[in-house]
Design a protein around this ligand. Sequence first.
Ligand code: CUA
Length: 326
Amino acid sequence: MTAPGWDVPALSSVLEPASREAECIVRLWWWFCGVSAAIWLAVMVFTILALARPNLVRSPRPQPEPGREPRLERSTLAATSLTVAILFALLVSSVSTGRALHASDAEKAPLRIQVTGARWWWQVVYPANPPSQSVETANEIHVPVGTPIVLELQSHDVIHSLWLPELQGKRDLIPGRPAELRFTATRPGTFRGQCAEFCGLQHAHMGLLVIAESSPSFEVWKAAQLRPAEPPTSPDALRGEQVFLSGACPMCHGVRGTPAAASRGPDLTHLMSRSTLGAASLPNTRGHLAGWVLDPQTVKVGSLMPPNPVSAADLQVLLAYLTNLK
Ligand code: CUA
């Protein structure tokens, strides 16, 4: 499901798995759902039968000796045994699913991606040796279909939780406690993820996208991300670069190939290659970008990005520069 005019999924569903791990989870979900539904139905049927028995009051059965009700004891024992057996079956299936989730695809070297949660966005780094070959982006994780992925999770500030419903279960990002999340995408697509642990004012606007694509498309994307920023050529973009570098932007943002090298906020080297702004809060269009740069507080109250009251002329050249960062 997508919002009108925006090619980004607005909802995610665990019932539409796109990874081996999510398939395990959804199988368990259906099994639990089926067993619970059967139990509910049985309880309803027996309740209705009990209510519909006509002659309980009018012709009471002969009472057994006081203190002993053999029939009641037998049925209680049977019901208890059945309950224990069902709970045990659910426990076994839950544990075996947990084990299946942790059994990684050993035959293939996994692709490791560092995902760091921050108020209120996701830093995404593809580490490499030498570090100059590493790729940094934000709020979008590109993965090749069929390759085991290991997300190395950490947090900058408070506790966050990464949830990619179509790909894996939740995993908390606790400051100082690195964690991992593994999955192997089985089909291409754009999947929406979300922070699943209340982390402050803009918890609800801490989304991200996972783009699963074929290996060749992934390599093309990665090669493009590896390049430094496109140098501005038009007079407007050149002036925009000066506005960008002389303003507050480089205190938080980095643009590779320029003196801006901060990493408190999302890296902007290839800003326009991403489809959203503000961690999946807005479509990444020139108009939304203008509003976001001028006053992020209107879209994300409490966001750590301050308003930038630049003049109309400066805004236009700044936009010319930013929209050149493809
Ligand atoms: Cu981060 Cu909720």
